[in-house]
Design a protein around this ligand. Structure first.
Ligand code: FAD
Length: 487
């Protein structure tokens, strides 16, 4: 990137890149500007995918951490709320700024908004500089041999692998330019109203440390304690075997190039083939994140509509009571309920359980995948339009490289295989904890005496199953038969 001409005062617009390290926009602004205003704008637009409640909780704490990090370096975070273009124009006018720097976002609404903002600023003679902080490789820069987007993961990953060695993260700038004296009024963080009015966030506090330091702590835990056994443990909801980096990656408190570099360094330094293999498995998962972002960029309509157009005619059911039972973790199917309660309490759910609850909603209950995607959007701390869209469309069978529709996860056998001693189920469903392992994942089949001894009263202490798994599976397959011949 050629050096830009030196600028008096610049704005650094933070968005989903809430970090100082490996932040190309920040580095370029520090290089070019004498004075710098780091700003975050809480947008008040009508985007249906504006951050949900759990994301807003995270954002509050992440902005607080970012502000503290900036203050340690003699700067501070300027906070605004409103329509982003108008806020930037006001800030430009108040401070006499001549250049604005940001890292790109690739969600459809953000692309359209950025394009308009860039045009307006340029018209007023303000230079705009944008960079890649969020991805290993941007979507237009990684196409198949025919120059088209990949729609299948394995070839996408194979062609990405040789490129990984050339991707190095950038260092944190050693110094930040000071703030200009004139810059207008900044809101207080509390005034953004990001925290919930009702006190439901205690579980989130216990589980997470939003911000760059929290992200690096998680990364360290991954390297020191989890990576070696990641290939076996990553599929086990009872094992705490994954990195839990997803919210940090979503908010850009840590970038994928930083994760890549640390994994390569760690595995290389130990010279252990097992660790190298585990590192590769981990990077493969990280590549699913890339794949999801590339897909959303190339197929922007998929946040709302199925990639496989045959699914437009799928006979989804409108069943608000079942949807509510699913959301509350009271379907009477233990693995589904455990996952939904984990989500509500911690803002996160294990990937395998996400697949199981999504399969149950779309296939056993026959409810549209968008209903599930919207609930996840509001309750996940890692809610991410690209990953969420891919996850839901993949599980529903209508996305890229999707699980075939007839693959319907059986929540009983999934629990028996991936939570064999029932510790995950017992943790989230204490009312079933005294059941013997044999019946824990399917209490409706347990003999009455066993239930009585465990203190389980079907329909009173724990719900009866909302649907019969076998019959609902047959119904889903009939729905699939009805559409699969359509083009
Ligand atoms: P790890 O196993 O440690 O993986 C490392 C990183 O790789 C993750 O942090 C994530 O960034 C990426 N990753 C791993 N698996 C996937 C995947 N299948 N798709 C895309 N990226 C992946 N992930 C989100 O970040 N936000 C979402 O909103 C989201 N919604 C989902 C909805 C459904 C229905 C499903 C099935 C999956 C969804 N996922 C989503 C993907 C996945 O479940 C999470 O990324 C993962 O559970 C996060 O935990 P982790 O960081 O411990 O993962």
């Amino acid at each position: 990137m050629p050096a830009s001409p030196s600028t008096d005062t610049a704005i650094l617009w933070f968005r989903q890149d809430l970090r100082l390290a490996d932040n190309p926009a920040l580095r370029a602004a520090c290089r070019d500007a004498d004075r710098l205003i780091p700003v975050y704008i809480l947008e008040t637009d009508t985007d249906p995918w504006a951050p949900g409640a759990a994301s807003r909780w995270w954002l509050h704490h992440s902005l607080s951490a970012l502000d503290a990090a900036l203050r340690e370096r003699g700067s501070r975070l300027h906070l605004l709320q409103g329509e982003a273009g108008a806020c930037l124009q006001q800030l430009v006018a108040a401070s006499g700024t001549t250049a604005v720097y940001w890292n790109r976002r690739l969600e459809p609404a953000a692309i359209a908004r950025d394009r308009d903002i860039k045009a307006e600023l340029k018209q007023r003679g303000i230079a705009c500089h944008s960079f890649n902080a969020a991805l290993l490789v941007e979507p237009w820069d990684h196409l198949n041999q025919q120059g088209r987007p990949y729609r299948v993961f394995t070839p996408f990953w194979r062609s990405l692998q040789p490129r990984l060695d050339s991707l190095a993260p950038q260092r944190t700038p050693s110094q930040l330019p000071g703030l200009p004296r004139r810059r207008g009024h900044s809101l207080q963080l509390d005034a953004l109203g990001l925290l919930p009015e009702h006190d439901w966030d205690a579980g989130l506090h216990d589980e997470w440390q939003p911000g760059e330091t929290g992200a690096h702590n998680r990364l360290r835990t991954l390297l020191e304690r989890r990576l070696q056994r990641y290939p076996e443990a990553r599929d086990r909801p009872d094992a705490d075997g994954t990195s839990r980096l997803s919210p940090h990656l979503h908010f850009g408190e840590l970038g994928p190039r930083q994760v890549l570099a640390r994994i390569q360094q760690h595995a290389g330094a130990r010279r252990s083939p097992g660790l190298v293999g585990a590192g590769e498995q981990y990077l493969r998962q990280l590549a699913w994140r890339e794949f999801a972002h590339h897909l959303l960029y190339h197929f922007p309509e998929t946040a709302e509509r199925p990639l496989d157009s045959r699914f437009k005619a799928f006979p989804w059911r409108n069943d608000p009571d079942s949807l509510r039972a699913w959301q509350r973790g009271s379907t009477g199917i233990p693995l589904v309920d455990a996952g939904m309660r984990e989500l509500w309490h911690t803002g996160w759910m294990h990937n395998r359980v996400r697949m199981v609850v999504a399969s149950f909603l779309t296939k056993n209950l026959g409810i549209h995948w968008l209903e599930g995607a919207r609930w996840f959007w509001d309750t996940l701390v890692d809610a991410d339009l690209a990953n969420n869209t891919l996850g839901w469309q993949w599980t529903a069978g209508c996305g890229a490289d999707a699980a075939p529709f007839f693959r319907i996860f059986n929540p009983v056998t999934q629990a028996q295989k991936f939570d064999p001693d029932g510790s995950y189920l017992r943790r989230w469903l204490p009312e079933l904890a005294a059941l013997p392992d044999k019946w824990l994942a399917r209490p409706w089949e347990a003999p009455a005496a066993v239930l009585a001894e465990a203190g389980v009263e079907p329909g009173a202490t724990y719900p009866r199953p909302l649907v019969d798994l076998k019959a609902s599976r047959e119904r889903a397959l009939a729905g699939w038969d009805a559409i699969r011949t359509h083009n």
